[in-house]
Design a protein around this ligand. Structure first.
Ligand code: XMP
Length: 326
């Protein structure tokens, strides 16, 4: 019978067997899959594991702390944090084309991660343990999708830790490759991964970088981060987290519209709410959120985020719209 306890026991045993006394590196993104994969490997060979978290500055409010503090406190993993926020902002300066943004973010991510992996490999070598393994949070559906040879079109280039250079040679460990998402969550709970991570909705690798329509800069990120935090807080308060697949919050940074507040005219930016329901993100429908919740989110964002004077709702299904705006 499938119990998360049995699954953890089996996976831990096979990780131990595969790894022996080698050293293991795992990139953490803040998402469910990499966190649960890391927690599993940590349970199996804790002192041989180094996790690397690249802070690209494109996460939402509180998410870097969730990784740096809560996840570490809950699991005791050895974590290296690379603060690459400046570097990503510099690389993204003036970039507006969505695919170029994705490529820039993916490229910088690999460079930073590669350097961190080399550093870990260098210091781990000094202790006499060769770094041989890289953990990936690949799930069963990913395995099927990439092995299926069905020739799916590349609509958007997806950003992952894949694509590391050939001279960095690691054997991949993919402890989740037999599991579905809901099983991964059960395993995460069993391993005491913080609930905020276990139940996190999908969030794209390029993060808020592809939710600012227009060029990305620190000020725009700060605006979007505040609006997003309000939307998430209200959806959670209304108990809608499990009904909504995800709710991108998008800043139309190059658009301005006229508004009025107090006795003054404003000329601010719109925020788009994109709540969707979905089974697998391949298709989606816009979520019929209760009007009271939408009203609350709208009034809070326009009151609390000075630069925003309008909140609009995206009522497009996928297709023809994608879930993200870029
Ligand atoms: P779209 O916008 O293509 O998104 O309808 C489908 C799902 O994928 C997520 N997404 C990404 N996830 N790296 C990721 O890890 C990415 O580059 C990426 N782009 C989109 C999106 O949030 C949605 O769940």
């Amino acid at each position: 019978t499938w119990t998360s306890e049995n699954v953890v026991e089996d996976l831990v045993a096979s990780i131990r067997e595969q790894v022996g006394d080698a050293h293991v590196i795992c990139g953490l993104s803040g998402g469910v899959d990499s966190s649960v994969a890391a927690a599993l490997v940590n349970r199996a060979v804790g002192d041989q594991l180094t996790c690397v978290f690249v802070d690209h500055g494109l996460l939402r409010e509180g998410e870097a702390q969730q990784v740096e503090e809560d996840f570490v406190a809950a699991t005791g993993v050895d974590l290296v944090v690379v603060d690459a926020r400046e570097r990503f902002l510099d690389a993204l300066a003036g970039v507006t084309d969505p695919e170029t943004k994705r490529k820039v973010i993916g490229r910088e991510f690999i460079r930073v991660f590669e350097q961190a992996a080399r550093d870990v490999a260098g210091s781990a070598d000094a202790e006499g343990h060769p770094v041989e393994f890289l953990v990936q949070g690949t799930l069963y559906p990913d395995v099927v999708e990439s092995g299926g040879g069905s020739g799916t079109a590349n609509i958007k280039s997806h950003h992952n830790v894949g694509g590391l250079p050939d001279d960095l040679q690691f054997t991949l460990i993919e402890p989740l490759r037999t599991l579905f998402k809901d099983e991964v969550r059960q395993v995460g709970l069993e391993l005491e991964v913080p609930e905020a991570i276990v139940w996190r909705q999908p969030f794209p690798g390029p993060g808020l970088g592809i939710r600012i329509i227009g060029a990305v800069d620190a000020e725009r990120l700060a605006i979007l981060r505040r609006a997003d935090a309000i939307a998430r807080e209200e959806l959670t308060k209304a108990g809608l987290d499990r009904d909504v697949w995800q709710c991108p919050v998008v800043l139309l940074a190059d658009v301005r519209s006229v508004g009025v507040q107090g006795d003054g005219r404003t000329y601010g930016h719109p925020i788009v709410l994109r709540p969707v329901s979905s089974e697998d993100a391949m298709t989606a429908d816009w979520s019929r959120l209760p009007y009271e919740v939408l009203a609350k989110v709208s009034s809070r964002i326009t009151n609390e985020v000075e630069e925003v004077n309008r909140v609009v709702l995206d009522v497009t299904s996928k297709p023809p719209g994608t879930i993200e705006w870029e």
